[in-house]
Design a protein around this ligand. Structure first.
Ligand code: NAD
Ligand code: UD1
Length: 312
């Protein structure tokens, strides 16, 4: 069996590629290396087909899907503020790029597509936990783009019989998350600050909360989504069902590292969601998925990875 992983040189994608190779899949990666790196794939590079290219390039997608039975579609602009700064460019990737991938899947009779969506689609509705059946209220171009892409997935299922599965990840963290940009995920940035013994910036009062899920659990959800018969045509939350605030997060990192560094506070970011927490019933029902990593354990192994990375 061959799988195409778009965005496979990125943070989550590269862990998924590792797992697929370990399970005996043949894997093609399509990635333009805008935020991903070949070094994320160094342990599997000899075992995979790597296509450096853009999902906006239809010819390259056509080549990349050759012989595949499953597509894991992860390539995207992933930062909420980046899509606010660049709404058109991000829509061309997150929406039109997704449509190109789905169109190629349709033409080549690819059996299943597993799409990396986001809990951002729920927006700032105060109702918690977020359930898949809730009305969506996207509050950023990113959220709207993911919602639109989910609808293309639904149409792929309803009109063309594509086995489409959309996974709404909550906040993913773990080794290989790139901390180098202001658009990076909060845990990667906080790990970098802890290692450099500097104050992090907290946007807003820090009471905003997130349901953080370890990357290995997200990979497991993808593998289940590719295999489960009940997952066809579904949209499923991938979270843990518990959350921590950004203030608590920094306190936990201080406790883990023995630091006592006060954060600096800046105004909250436009489009930022206040509270986020997953209802995980559908994940259990449609995928048989439950997360394995408690937050403390995931945070500890993430910190170990960043520490080791600094010393090499
Ligand atoms: P990432 O930036 O590490 O991965 C994205 C990958 O896509 C990178 O390797 C990048 O080079 C590639 N890419 C970007 N634009 C491309 C294009 N036009 N053509 C080809 N490749 C392109 O981010 P990640 O955190 O691993 O995110 C993976 C997916 O998961 C994304 O779709 C993201 O929206 C989704 N997601 C992530 C989170 C999270 O907390 N990290 C949460 C919800 C959803
Ligand atoms: C993240 C993902 C997005 C995903 C969404 C699902 C990234 C870059 N973004 O967005 O792809 O769809 O989760 O929920 O992976 N913060 C600080 N200081 C910092 C950085 C962030 O206080 O230095 C705060 C932010 O204001 C926000 C929270 O931490 O309140 C999380 O921010 P971030 O990691 O960027 O994630 P989301 O915007 O939730």
């Amino acid at each position: 069996m061959r799988a195409l992983v778009t965005g496979g040189a990125g943070f989550i994608g590269s862990h998924l590629v590792d797992a697929l190779v370990a399970e005996g899949w043949r894997v093609t990666v399509l990635d333009n290396l805008s935020t991903g790196t070949e070094s994320n794939l160094k342990s599997v590079m000899d075992d995979i087909t790597f296509c450096k290219g853009d999902i906006r390039d239809r010819q390259i997608i056509e080549k990349a899907v050759e012989d595949c039975s499953v597509i894991f579609h992860l390539a995207a602009v992933v930062s909420v503020p980046q899509t606010i700064d660049h709404p058109v460019e991000s829509a061309l990737i997150n929406d039109l790029g997704t449509l190109y991938v789905l169109e190629e899947a349709r033409k080549k009779n690819i059996k299943r597509v597993v799409f990396s969506s986001s809990c951002a689609v729920y927006g700032d509705d105060p109702q918690l936990p977020k359930k898949e059946t809730m009305n969506l209220k996207p509050g950023s171009p990113y959220a709207l783009q993911k919602m639109t892409a989910e609808h293309y997935m639904r149409l792929g299922y309803e009109l063309y019989g594509l086995e489409a599965v959309s996974l709404r990840y909550f906040n993913v963290y773990g080794p290989r998350q790139d901390p180098s940009s202001p658009y990076s995920g909060v845990i990667s940035i906080f790990m970098k600050m802890a290692i450099e013994q500097k104050s992090p910036i907290i946007y807003g009062n820090g009471d905003q909360s997130r349901d953080f899920i370890y990357v290995t659990d997200v990979v497991k959800a993808n593998l289940l989504a590719a295999a489960s018969a009940q997952a066809r045509g579904q949209i499923v939350n991938i979270g843990t069902g518990s959350s921590v605030s950004i203030n608590q997060l920094w306190d936990m990192i201080c406790a883990l590292t023995g630091l006592t560094i006060e954060p600096k506070y800046q105004p909250s970011r436009p489009g930022d969601i206040y509270a986020s927490l997953a209802n995980v019933e559908y994940a259990k029902l449609f995928l048989g998925f439950e997360h394995d990593y408690p937050f403390e354990k995931g945070l500890e192994s993430t910190y170990e990875w960043y520490k080791q990375r600094k010393s090499t």
